[in-house]
Structure formats: C-alpha cells, structure tokens
Design a protein. Structure first.
Length: 269
C-alpha cells in the first residue's frame, strides 16, 4: 500500500472530453503531470491542439488532440473509431464536456433543453457505450492484474446544482446534471461486473469560462458562503480524478463525490 503505487497513473490512457479548457483542462493537466497519455476532445480544434502542445511540453506524460463536436452522434462515432484505431485499451474516460443556459422561466427556449440535455447527459451514455470495447480491456482478469484491483474508470463531471436548487435559472442544466448523477449509479451496476467503475464528481464553483460572468459579479458572495472560504482550485478536481483513476479508487463505484468545499450543504435562510 505504498502511496506512489496506490495513486500511480503512469502509462494509463485517458480521454477527457472538453479537456482543453476549464475543469477539463485541470483534469488533463493532472493526468499528464503524473505520466498518463491523455486524449483531449473538444469542439474548438485550435484550443484542443494548443492544449495538447502545452501539456505535452510540460510532461512527463503526453496529450493528444482529437477535436470533435460531441453534440453530433457522427462526431462521437468518429472519436470512438479514432481511439479504437490508436489504442488497445482505455483506462480512464472523463465525461466532462457540457453546456449551460440561463434565462427566466417565461423566456427559457426549447432549444436550450435540446442542447443541454444532449451534451450533458445523452452523450455521456453515447461515448461510454461506444468506448466499451476499450474500457473492458483493463478490467479483464489476468495473473498480473486481477480485475478487482485494476478496473477501468468512467468519471462523469456532474454538479452541485444537481443536489440543490441553484439561485440561477438554469433549468435544463440542473435537470441534466441530476439525470447524469443517476445515470452514473445505473451504469455502475451494469459495468462493475465488467471491470469498470463509474462515478460522479459533483463540482462546485471553479475558475472557468462558464463561471466567469458569475464570479466577476459575485465572487465575494460565493467565497463567503463556502465553508472553506474559496472556490475550487485545479488540484481539487484533478486530485479527485487521479484518485478514482488509480488503484486507490478501485473499490469506489456508483459514488457521487462532492468537490465543492461543502457549499451544497449550506442552508439559505
């Protein structure tokens, strides 16, 4: 139970969707810094390529860009086919790509439901399904690496807005993330016997493009209302993913880990 062995991800193959920016970039960097081979998929090809170059230069692991618009089923299929062509196994799948939409109830558009539910919920299922042939490989029993100690890991990036009623009117986002949390539980029971763990990170506020406007206007309020007195740092979410993607987290399955400083429990009187 030596710590370097427990948390070792060196040589593991990882896919991070939305891995070029925000929380996805934090996670990608965490794996690359610890010696993993990371594939970054996002709609913005330029950002994807730039992130891959920067992270590879940083090392000691490597990052590789596969730009893809995951709203489209055909792009998910292309991404999966490309990975199947390049790799024999996928050790960690981080389903991070997502979108949000905020508008008053009376003005909330139908299109916001289609986009947000598709990307935040349906495509998590789509990619997990398409990548099963690669995800099943690490968990197969062998003399050197029994399944119970070396499963593949699917890590779904959820939100504390799936656990509480948010102040912002983001109806489709909250519903999609709540659905994602339960999809995680369902998949954990189906895929666990195949040597694949499935867990959710319910993330609180982090320094991201999605949160930029809110933080510009309400940072003091947000930080002041958090028991830890701050917003999330890159190591917070990266560390949780390294735990779940390593031997240390191999017996965690179907869980929701709250990466939020405890703010989802804070009462609003």
């Amino acid at each position: 139970m030596e710590i370097n062995s427990l948390f070792d991800v060196r040589g593991k193959v990882v896919l991070v969707t939305g891995g070029a920016r925000g929380i996805g970039r934090m996670i990608s960097e965490g794996f690359v810094t610890n010696g993993a081979k990371v594939y970054i998929a996002s709609r913005d090809a330029a950002a994807c390529e730039a992130a891959a170059r920067e992270l590879t230069a940083q090392g000691p692991g490597s990052a590789h860009a596969i730009p893809a618009d995951l709203l489209k089923l055909s792009e998910c299929e292309r991404l999966a086919a490309e990975l199947l062509k390049r790799e024999k196994a996928l050790h960690v799948l981080v389903n991070n790509s997502g979108a949000t939409w905020g508008a008053p109830l009376e003005e909330f558009p139908d299109s916001a439901w289609t986009k947000v539910l598709t990307l935040n919920l349906q495509r998590v299922f789509t990619l997990t399904q398409l990548l099963l042939p690669l995800l099943e490989v690490p968990g197969k029993q062998s003399a050197d690496s029994p399944r119970k100690e070396s499963p593949a890991a699917v890590i779904n990036i959820g939100s504390i807005d799936a656990l509480r009623v948010p102040l912002i009117e983001s109806y489709s986002y909250s519903a999609a993330k709540a659905g994602l949390h339960h999809l995680t539980r369902v998949l954990s029971q189906k895929l666990g016997p195949q040597g694949i763990t499935v867990n959710t990170l319910a993330c609180g506020p982090f320094e991201t493009k999605m949160m930029a406007h809110t933080l510009d206007n309400m940072r003091d309020v947000i930080e002041g209302g958090n028991p830890m007195g701050r917003i999330g740092l890159p190591g917070d979410v990266a560390g949780a993913c390294l735990f779940l993607g390593s031997r240390a987290g191999s017996y965690v399955n179907g869980a929701t880990l709250n990466i939020d400083g405890g703010v989802h429990l804070a009462a609003k009187m």
